[in-house]
Design a protein around this ligand. Structure first.
Ligand code: SF4
Length: 375
């Protein structure tokens, strides 16, 4: 497959891995920010190709994992209402809320529909004028553009029965928050390529300078990730702290201006709570005044729902790079994908699910580097 197979070939992988070994003289800790990168690393066992001095830790870039508990409980409350058709990406359905998850509501008869795009939810609103359609708008800058488009479309069509439960995150403030934490172990970042395809990477330049830390915009294929690691280690070994773009085939310095304008026309920047991590100023998006009528939290009066975290999930420590999934005492015991205690075990981008899923496969596959690595 053109543009993919060439980034998965074993000989290229081996060559870059050998180069990483050659240049690494000190222990370094790198964070891959995005859960998609974490899955690619664990699935292809790229970490096993690295020198023992290099440690990869996993960042907060899993939108399902960081969606705050209170927002999940609000989603559950709205989805229970008989007049509501609740639309969501499938990943959100099994994430534990205070008492239940959305799947429990669906099993009890709630009209919850899995959609693959917010525009599908707008279509459902058009087709069901007597129902209230609520879309669970979660994610980073990559989904914000599509969500903004759906909000604009609903407004243009004057759909009074459409609203959105917005839980949108911005990656750069989260990286800054990690950089500024006194206990952070992270010495270099592999930034999420798909987010940067929207935002560009100019905003990382002052961060790299201020915190004297290398940031490499990195793609998602095995070769992308190893190249990103090589570039990052090379900087660390030389005492450099630049922003470099490994993912040139998708990312430009200024990003996608059209998508940025669309996002700005619908949302304003706000303080956002990240599940497991806490509140980070200016790290989220909320509707601006013009689109406030689409805010489901106002429409359904669900802001005062009480929430309770029920267990000792250490997802925050994992997403800030302090711990690894297997450090959690619940991993693979009380917490498994079919019975998750925390979102990182159930999300397709969660670090715990990656470790659980691929460590099961590892037992039946002894070859560390197949000829063509997996997607
Ligand atoms: S294994 Fe489960 S309980 Fe432990 S950190 Fe991961 S999601 Fe949370």
């Amino acid at each position: 497959m053109k543009y993919l197979d060439e980034y998965r070939q074993s000989d290229g992988i081996q060559k870059i891995a050998a180069e990483i070994h050659r240049i690494t003289t000190s222990p370094w800790t790198l964070m891959e920010v995005c859960g998609g990168q974490t899955h690619a690393i664990v699935r292809n066992r790229l970490d096993q190709l690295l020198p023992k001095e290099l440690e990869l830790v996993h960042g907060p870039g899993c939108p399902v994992c960081v969606t705050p508990l209170e927002m999940l409980d609000r989603a559950i409350a709205v989805a229970r209402l008989p007049e509501v058709i609740f639309c969501s990406f499938g990943d959100m359905l099994r994430v534990p809320g205070s008492e239940h998850d959305l799947l429990t509501v669906k099993a009890a008869g709630g009209d919850i529909r899995i959609v693959y795009s917010p525009l599908q939810a707008v279509q459902i609103a058009e087709q069901n004028p007597t129902k209230e359609i609520v879309f669970f708008a979660v994610g980073f800058e990559t989904t914000a553009a599509a969500n903004a488009m759906a909000a604009s479309l609903a407004k243009t069509k004057a759909l009074g029965n459409f609203s959105m439960l917005v839980s949108q995150f911005l990656v750069t403030p989260a990286i800054e928050s990690i950089c500024s934490a006194p206990d952070s172990r992270v010495q270099g970042f592999l930034a999420a390529g798909h987010v940067c395809s929207i935002t560009g990477y100019e905003r990382y330049l002052p961060l790299a300078e201020k915190y004297r830390i290398p940031i490499v915009i990195t793609g998602f294929e095995p070769l992308d990730i190893l190249e990103g690691i090589l570039m990052c280690v090379d900087q660390l070994e030389q005492g450099a702290c630049q922003v470099q773009n490994q993912y040139r085939r998708a990312v430009e310095r200024v990003g996608n201006r059209q998508a940025q304008d669309l996002i700005q026309s619908v949302f304003r920047i706000s303080t956002q709570h990240w599940r497991g991590v806490g509140s980070i100023p200016q790290s989220g998006l909320s509707f601006n005044d013009e689109f406030a009528s689409l805010d489901a939290t106002v429409k359904f009066d669900i802001n005062n729902i009480k929430t309770t975290e029920r267990h000792d999930c250490m997802s925050g420590d994992i997403m800030l790079g302090h711990k690894k999934p297997k450090d959690c005492p619940h991993f693979g015991k009380e917490c498994r994908p079919e019975q998750p205690l925390g979102a990182p075990m159930v999300s397709s981008e969660g670090a715990c699910s990656a470790y659980y899923r691929y460590s099961q496969q590892e037992r039946s596959n002894e070859h560390p580097v197949p000829a063509t690595l997996k997607n």
